[in-house]
Design a protein around this ligand. Structure first.
Ligand SMILES: Nc1ncnc2c1ncn2[C@@H]1O[C@H](COP(=O)(O)OP(=O)(O)OP(=O)(O)O)[C@@H](O)[C@H]1O
Length: 458
């Protein structure tokens, strides 16, 4: 036994001397095919992004409508990070069983990482974290994003989300708005998305609130989609009128994942938020409890009764808790956006800075916005008719939606001038209508004044 131990010790030393490398395996599945190893997925994404220029043998795959080239099996990839060299290789353990399984093959794939033993600490602490982080980021940027909405109907579906693939084409390049305002929003989004450490340092959940307000057709919904596309986030579009209680709203909140934009459109129509919050917190609590009880009994009642009750019982304080109560910190990186046509109707508590950090007004179409739309719709940046359009835009209030509608070619191969003339005609009509309305109002005011004078005389 002593001789055996000595030989084993010696041979281990000899092996270390002759082969001073450490090897780490990252299997594709953990357990018996039950769970995908997230480390394997991150490594694959990291290596796919780096190795295609280096590897001589690649595999081509069609993933989500685009061709992806991956490192082929047994190909080595030499990576250098902060002066440390490592080698990656994709290998397979071929199964020799004849078992029939649900899986295409019983072979087990794994990535083998090889590095010098003197770099062990650096690789374990720094390099592998870097690979995981990079891989995750690549995965997030490539994933198919989703548009969620809260389920309606059966009580067991309440408080849950259903989704479709989010494919809205809106972007900051297509949104017509003042260029300075646009830059301000983009800068704010970039700062927010990189501020993980900052939020941790100041002890606040990593989230930000935007309030978008302005007349209908000025691009509020388009801007929400552009923001989600820019940040590559999912969208959670909450239909508040379908949420019956504060408890249901909280349940929805818990189901929201990180890297998401939570939107409540036309918030002024969804809830009765016109009343000021009571300062007496006891009264507020009592009111809320009563509402919760009523809503719960309505839910428990027949489906017919439930359908009849279209009003949401979510209270203002329920919504405030949703935005920044204790539960709101559990969902990670998140943007909350409210849109409204009537900002003056909203309770100040709901939109105060700190809750809705940025207030963005989307207004009628200016010349800057028009030029953007002309570039998108007609592919032109200037035209002799632009001056006429500029003058008319200064004198009328038309929304970007109206301008876009008129610039849209009505027949195939319609020339630019026809579209611009149609827009000019529409702007003139709108100007005339506005003037007529003003005159009419002046006339009514005059009549009222005359009546007042008569009354006084009498
Ligand atoms: N600022 C804009 N830039 C580019 N397109 C716009 C803009 N505003 C409106 N549009 C066009 O008008 C259509 C309607 O706009 P959108 O739904 O974004 O407006 P909205 O302000 O959300 O309206 P509402 O308040 O009625 O929901 C969009 O499909 C888009 O084509």
């Amino acid at each position: 036994n002593q001789v055996h131990t000595l030989i084993a010790k010696f041979s281990q030393k000899l092996a270390n001397f002759l082969y001073p490398y450490v090897e780490v395996r990252f299997m594709e599945y953990i357990g018996d095919y039950s769970r995908t190893n997230e480390a394997f997925t991150s490594i694959e994404l990291y290596l796919t992004s780096k190795s295609t220029n280096q590897a001589k043998k690649l595999q081509g795959e069609y993933v989500k409508k685009s061709l992806v080239l991956k490192m082929d099996e047994s190909q080595e990839f030499h990576d250098v990070f902060e002066g440390i060299k490592v080698v990656w290789c994709l290998k397979t353990i071929v199964s020799n069983t004849n078992r029939v399984t649900f899986y295409p093959a019983d072979d087990k794939r794994y990535y083998l990482l090889t590095f010098h033993r003197k770099d062990r600490d650096f690789v374990a602490r720094t390099y592998l974290n870097h690979v995981m982080e990079e891989g995750k980021n690549i995965g997030l940027s490539k994933r198919q994003r989703k548009l969620y909405t809260n389920c309606t109907g059966d009580s067991d579906k309440r408080g849950k989300w259903s989704h479709v693939i989010f494919e809205h084409p809106s972007s900051f390049e297509t949104i017509a708005m003042d260029s300075r305002k646009k830059k301000e929003i983009i800068d704010d989004l970039v700062t927010f998305s990189k501020a993980k450490e900052f939020y941790a340092k100041i002890g606040k959940p990593w989230k930000r609130g935007y309030l978008l307000y302005g007349p209908p057709g000025t691009g509020k919904s388009s801007l929400v989609a552009a923001i989600a596309n820019f940040l590559k986030y999912d969208i959670y579009d909450i239909e508040l009128t379908n949420v019956k209680t504060n408890a249901e709203l909280r349940k929805l909140l818990i189901g929201i994942t990180s890297k998401s934009v939570v939107v409540i459109e036309d918030i002024d129509c969804s809830l009765d938020l016109t009343g000021q919050r009571k300062t007496d917190s006891v009264n507020e609590k009592e009111k809320e409890e009563k509402k919760d009880v009523v809503a719960a009994s309505l839910q428990a009642a027949s489906g017919e009764g439930e359908n009849k009750n279209k009003m949401s019982n979510v209270t203002l304080s329920g919504l405030l808790n949703f935005i920044d109560g204790i539960w709101s910190a559990s969902t990670g990186e998140r943007l909350i956006i409210f849109t409204t046509n009537y900002v003056e109707k909203l309770d100040q508590a709901l939109i105060r800075r700190g809750r809705m950090d940025m207030h963005i007004e989307l207004s009628y179409c200016g010349f800057d916005g028009f030029k953007m739309l002309a570039k998108n719709y007609l592919s032109i940046e200037s035209h002799p008719l632009f001056d006429t359009v500029r003058c008319l835009l200064e004198e009328t209030n038309v929304t970007p939606a109206d301008v876009a509608e008129n610039l849209m070619p009505k027949v195939a191969n319609e020339d630019v001038e026809t579209s611009l003339k149609r827009l000019i005609q529409a702007l003139r009509t709108s100007k005339e209508e506005a003037e007529m309305k003003d005159k009419k109002e002046d006339g009514t005011n005059g009549e009222e004044e005359a009546e007042d004078a008569k009354e006084k005389e009498a």
